[in-house]
Design a protein. Structure first.
Length: 196
């Protein structure tokens, strides 16, 4: 078992403590993200490995001063950029500042930071963390994954497992939210107990 700074699994209490230590992350990012990047405070999602920060970018065309810089996206007919182009433009324009903010947040919270942007209902996440998950599956579970691979739904067992997790998450959203809220309440009560 690794210590609190390692990537090991640790005891459940250690994991919950690490997650709670980032409870102020939404406020912290709202205070550190430059004005004008997003139309409102970014959505901040925290787990024990990563913090994901996603915001809606403004609808207007990005400002252009003369010729575009290297890598800058322009509209083909001088009109509005489509959502994907605006997201690409935002990603390029904010890269250095996002890296600096992420480095400070990673020191503060001990987690990697991933960024994303949305525009007109389209969205993209930038450089998200892919974390291997240890699991032991019995033959019936492996057969489910293999069926997904053989049918072309997924390219590998790991992709099939990720697909299953997404499906459960989408269909159990209310239950999972209630479970997370209950865990937060348990940790709050634990932190108010004797010796703290």
């Amino acid at each position: 078992m690794s210590g609190p700074r390692g990537r090991g699994y640790g005891r459940p209490g250690e994991r919950a403590e690490k997650t709670l230590s980032a409870q102020d992350a939404p406020d912290w990012f709202a205070a550190h993200v430059p004005a004008g990047w997003f139309t409102g405070p970014p959505a901040v999602v925290v787990d024990r490995d990563e913090i994901t920060v996603v915001g809606e970018i403004p609808a207007e065309d990005p400002p252009h001063s003369g010729a575009p810089r290297s890598g800058e996206v322009t509209s083909s007919a001088g009109g509005d950029l489509d959502a994907a182009a605006r997201i690409r433009w935002f990603r390029e324009r904010t890269r250095d500042e996002r890296i600096a903010i992420a480095a400070e947040a990673e020191r503060r919270y001990g987690r990697k930071v991933a960024w994303g942007a949305t525009a007109d209902g389209a969205g993209e996440l930038f450089t998200v963390l892919s974390v291997p998950v240890m699991t032991r599956l019995r033959q019936p579970e492996r057969q489910v994954l293999d069926t997904l691979v053989e049918s072309g739904v997924a390219r590998s067992r790991s992709e099939a497992l990720a697909w299953c997790v997404r499906l459960v998450g989408e269909n159990s959203d209310t239950w999972l939210r209630q479970l997370r809220e209950a865990l937060e309440q348990v940790e709050k009560i634990r932190s108010e107990g004797p010796g703290n």
